[in-house]
Design a binder for this molecule. Structure first.
Ligand code: ZN
Length: 473
């Protein structure tokens, strides 16, 4: 299983690095694989996830104690009316100082380091695990605190962020990150995170872990110096460990970016109700319908059965544990099926069209939709637009985003007549003016393909901010 997606802005490197073969690496990419660790490695992976929780909690407890002490002092001082200095200094919340503090603490070099039974100082089990687990966890704790303080200062949009939660075992998804500490230009075979053979990924202290799926593409990219791994994030969901290899890749070859066989006429993409999406060009020619909801419906039916089976079990019983595990597995299946389908569709669209027109989806409005089939297609369509945007950027394909109020479904693609209302259950569009009878989704796709921005502006001709990771070089 290989998926590539755009990174979060915060993990973007400042300057595009060079690979060992001299390629400029500027395209943010993630590859994901399911893992098949052996029994010993399973224990180690669980320990690493535990160490991450432990480290984050260590920092949160330290910061909380410091904040509490300072607020108590403030109260005491204001009560007594004295204007002397507070005795507890504030702590630095930077990732850098968190790393230094934790390293000193775990290595037994600070005053409050733990003391073991044999009289030695420091965290006894620190050498069993890769040191990077602690450092990345320290950085994560610092980032969570930064979000909290930015929110308190009013510098963060969205819902307000409270003091970071302590990471309770069983409450948080087991996960940890390891960096591939390698200087620019170093050959892949000498890097700490590397493929040792087609089915094994070597991780520091954990050794070669077997993985599922085809690795040929990513291995070839690494060998040719066209992909460099920055970090590996390991996560356990529904009992299965997966690894996400995050890094930077070289730009696509020019032939891949400007294929000669692309559809010259703009192609409109409308979300379907039965299929994932329907595409048609501006000439009114049907392009392709991406099926998918059927597969999802089947997966959802088994999900429903698993849910009912869970409800029939006795709380606290072994049977309930098993039923819960089965349910989690079904959830994973649904998520994976959906993700796979959406990736297939976005790749096909970007590969075959030169200009794509998609709807601007009102995400907040979509969440309110209570129809199951509709909400599935909405969610998938939101993800599809996201993928189309970054893949289009990779391939040099233009994406136009029609504004939210463009009546793509209500307009007749034959004569341009706009209906005042159109029920969601109406599957075919029939025009009272010109007599055209056409599939509803196809009609909408044609209208989208013909959509013209009133003026080419930053919003309409989309240079997606999130996908702008690709440098202009
Ligand atoms: Zn008409």
């Amino acid at each position: 299983m290989v998926y590539a997606e755009v990174l979060d802005e915060s993990t973007r490197p400042q300057q595009a690095p060079l690979s060992h073969s001299g390629k400029v690496l500027s395209r943010a990419v993630t590859f994901q694989f399911a893992l098949d660790p052996n029994a010993e490695q399973r224990v180690l992976l669980a320990k690493c996830a535990g160490a991450r929780r432990f480290t984050v909690n260590h920092h949160l407890a330290r910061v909380k104690a410091n904040l509490d002490a300072r607020s108590t002092e403030r109260e005491v001082l204001s009560d007594s009316g004295e204007s002397c200095e507070r005795s507890t200094p504030s702590l630095s919340w930077s990732g850098f100082s968190f790393i230094n503090e934790f390293n000193a603490w775990k290595n037994g070099q600070s005053d409050d380091s733990p003391v073991n039974d044999d009289g030695s100082c420091g965290l006894a089990w620190r050498h069993e695990l890769p040191g990077d687990v602690f450092e990345c966890a320290s950085v994560d704790a610092a980032r969570a605190l930064e979000n909290f303080s930015a929110s308190r200062r009013g510098e963060r949009s969205g819902t307000s962020v409270g003091f970071p939660r302590f990471q309770a075992k069983g409450k948080v998804t087991p996960s940890f990150r390891l960096r591939n500490r390698a200087t620019s230009g170093r050959t892949p075979s000498s890097q700490p995170i590397r493929f040792t053979d087609p089915s094994h990924l070597r991780l520091p202290k954990i050794g070669p872990v077997k993985l599922f799926g085809a690795t040929r593409k990513v291995r070839r990219m690494i060998e040719a110096g066209r992909f460099h791994i920055y970090s590996a994030t390991l996560t356990q969901r529904a009992g299965r460990w997966t690894v996400s290899l995050t890094g930077v890749a070289a730009q696509f070859h020019q032939a891949e970016r400007s294929r000669t066989n692309r559809h010259a006429v703009p192609v409109g993409v409308d979300r379907g109700i039965i299929s994932l999406c329907v595409a048609a060009d501006a000439n009114g020619v049907y392009f392709e319908s991406f099926e998918g909801v059927k597969t999802l419906k089947q997966a959802l039916a088994t999900l429903k059965a698993a849910n009912q089976a869970l409800a029939r079990t006795t709380p606290g019983s072994k049977g309930r544990q098993r039923a819960r595990a089965r349910l989690a597995k079904r959830h994973r299946k649904v998520a994976n099926t959906r993700r796979h389908l959406v990736h297939q569709a976005s790749k096909a669209l970007v590969d075959r069209a030169q200009v794509l027109v998609i709807e601007d989806l009102n995400v907040a409005g979509m969440v309110r939709n209570r129809h199951l089939a509709r909400s599935i297609s909405d969610a998938a369509m939101g993800e599809l637009s996201r993928q189309v945007l970054y893949k289009a950027r990779w391939h040099g394909v233009e994406v136009r985003v029609a504004d939210r109020f463009f009546p793509s479904s209500k307009t007749c693609s034959g004569c341009g007549e706009v209906k005042t209302d159109l029920d969601l259950s109406t599957r075919t569009y029939s025009c009272g003016t010109c007599g055209l009878v056409i599939d509803r989704d196809l009609n909408a796709a044609i209208n989208l393909a013909r959509w013209q921005p009133e003026k080419i502006s930053a919003e309409t001709l989309l240079v997606p901010a999130r996908a702008a990771l690709v440098s202009t070089a």
